[in-house]
Design a protein around this ligand. Structure first.
Ligand code: ADP
Ligand code: MG
Length: 180
């Protein structure tokens, strides 16, 4: 009999290419339409990689706020967008000293009630649940291109990723998508 900690969790990965800002927002919107309370989305990648633009889509997709209202929370470390189906808790961990500061914000309890979307997740990784959807963003070959490496760990995150597959296929993302 294993404990939760040592049980093997299912893992699936996808690689996506976003051709422009609008595609990144559209991808986020598709994801925002699928998220449920308890989901945690961990965004990593350098400054300008497109994390906040993806969050704009997630928040607007969930009905939390219009995309233009979502900005990098420079001074406020955690912003709840509660205008929609489910509350999206947007965290920017850039200025957090480490994982313990994420815990100090009460983020883990908030994430259980709503959806946690964390920018600079790599800085607070130890405080994040293992069962999450990780999205690593990076610059692409063209100035307006970004690559997104998605990794779902756990039963629910894998289901979320598969639902996203279907939504993206319906939205015509097929040709830009590479499964790994
Ligand atoms: N395909 C793309 N997806 C997202 N942002 C892009 C894309 N192409 C260019 N950009 C630009 O890159 C920047 C991304 O900024 P932002 O989303 O704030 O990044 P981060 O939160 O990762 O620092 C914006 O200036 C945006 O216009
Ligand atoms: Mg940002």
């Amino acid at each position: 009999m294993g404990t939760t900690a040592d049980r093997e969790l299912p893992t699936e990965r996808r690689a996506l290419v976003s051709t422009d800002v609008e595609a990144t927002i559209a991808l986020g919107r598709a994801l925002g339409q699928l998220v449920e309370a308890g989901d945690v989305i961990a965004l990593s990648g350098d400054l300008g990689a497109g994390k906040t633009h993806l969050v704009k889509g997630i928040v607007s997709g969930a009905g939390g706020a219009p995309a233009e209202d979502v900005v990098s929370p420079t001074f406020v470390l955690l912003v709840p967008y509660d205008g929609g189906r489910v509350t999206i808790h947007h965290v920017d961990a850039y200025r957090l000293g480490g994982p313990e500061e994420l815990l100090d914000l009460g983020a883990i309890d908030l994430f259980a009630d709503g959806v946690g979307v964390v920018e600079w997740a790599e800085r607070v990784e130890a405080a994040l649940p293992r069962e999450r959807l990780g999205i690593a963003l990076d610059y692409g070959e063209e100035p307006s291109e970004r690559t997104l490496a998605l990794e779902a760990t756990g039963v629910r995150p894998v289901a979320l990723l598969r639902a996203l597959d279907r939504a993206l296929a319906e939205a015509g993302w097929g040709s830009e998508r590479r499964a790994t």
